[in-house]
Every structure is written in structure tokens, then in C-alpha cells.
Design a protein around this ligand. Structure first.
Ligand code: HEM
Length: 153
């Protein structure tokens, strides 16, 4: 395999991991809206989201970071546009990691007997993180695709 083929394989891996991550985040957003419709769902939402974050989302985020770093390493040159793209991607990841920390802490509070009102407050924070993260991820995706198109020519 030559360098271009290796780059393309890693870029496809980057896209697959990003798509799976996006699907998980969209599903989590649906789950997090439920406590605002029915109070009694606050506990179940907290427990479900905890395990989804630990078993599914965290590994996917790490895979996005790994493939992104792989692409940086395999790139012939890193332009300013690359740096802006990586900046938005890293911001989206940073917001997501913060969100995971909120979710893990919320579930510890649930186990300690926190009232559902407190759990719903954390749900609101999670939804705000989704909105901010989505904006940063959308910017990274647009820049990523335009870099890809420029590279292909
Ligand atoms: C939300 C996070 C991210 C999104 C939405 C995103 C999106 C994308 C997309 C759509 C591409 C184009 C892939 C292709 O050409 O087939 C791409 C390429 C790339 N990504 Fe990401 N990415 C993210 C995070 C990261 C991170 C954290 C890094 C670095 C650590 C990174 C580094 C790169 C590099 C170097 C390329 C290759 C650009 C080129 O074609 O020259 N990405 N990304």
C-alpha cells in the first residue's frame, strides 16, 4: 500500500467513526429530552446515558481522536485551514468529554439518592453541550470535506 492509499483508508476510518459517534449523540439527545416530558424518566435516563457513554461513546470519541491524529501524521503539509479544522474538531471533542463527565457525575448523584429535579438540571446541561458541540462538529465537517475535495482535486 502506498502513502495515498494508507491516507485514504485512515480518512474512511475517520468518517466511519464520526458517523457512528454522530448517531450515538443524536440518540442520546432523544433520551435526554424524555425527563422533561415525564419526571419519572429522569432516573432511567441517567442510568442509560451513563452506560452508553462508558461502553459506546467514549471508545468512539477515542477512535475519532486516533484517526484524526493519524491523518495529521500522514498529511504532507498542515495548512492554516487544517489548523482551524482541527481546532473546531478538538473543541467538539472537548465539549463532548465535558458532557461525559457531567453524565458520569449525575449518575453517581442518582445512586446517592439525588431528587429528579437535580437530575433534570444535569439533562439541561447535557442538551446545551450537544448544541454547542454540534455547531463545532458541523464547522469541522465542512472544513474537513473541503480539505478532502481540494486534496482529491
Ligand atoms: C467533531 C470532530 C471532527 C469532525 C466532524 C471531523 C471531520 C472530518 C472530515 C469530514 C474529514 C474529511 C475526510 C475525507 O477527506 O474523507 C476530516 C479529515 C481530517 N481530519 Fe477530522 N474531524 C474531526 C476531528 C478531528 C481531529 C480531532 C483531528 C486531529 C487530531 C482531525 C484531523 C483531520 C485531518 C488531518 C484530516 C485530513 C484533511 C485533509 O484531507 O487534508 N479531525 N475530518
Amino acid at each position: 500500500m502506498n502513502d495515498t492509499q494508507v491516507f485514504n483508508v485512515v480518512a474512511i476510518g475517520h468518517l466511519i467513526m464520526l458517523s457512528m459517534w454522530g448517531g450515538v449523540v443524536a440518540t442520546e439527545a432523544v433520551v435526554e429530552i424524555y425527563p422533561f416530558k415525564k419526571r419519572e424518566f429522569a432516573e432511567a435516563t441517567s442510568a442509560f446515558h451513563y452506560w452508553i457513554d462508558l461502553l459506546v461513546e467514549l471508545p468512539l470519541v477515542l477512535a475519532v481522536i486516533a484517526t484524526g491524529i493519524g491523518l495529521v501524521y500522514l498529511s504532507d503539509q498542515i495548512t492554516r485551514l487544517h489548523i482551524v479544522k482541527i481546532g473546531f474538531g478538538s473543541l467538539a471533542i472537548g465539549v463532548n468529554l465535558f458532557c461525559i463527565a457531567v453524565v458520569l457525575r449525575r449518575d453517581r448523584r442518582r445512586l446517592a439518592g439525588a431528587p429528579s429535579g437535580q437530575l433534570r438540571k444535569a439533562s439541561l446541561m447535557v442538551l446545551v453541550c450537544f448544541a454547542v458541540g454540534l455547531l463545532c462538529a458541523a464547522a469541522a465537517a465542512v472544513l474537513g470535506f473541503s480539505l478532502g475535495l481540494t486534496r482529491v482535486g
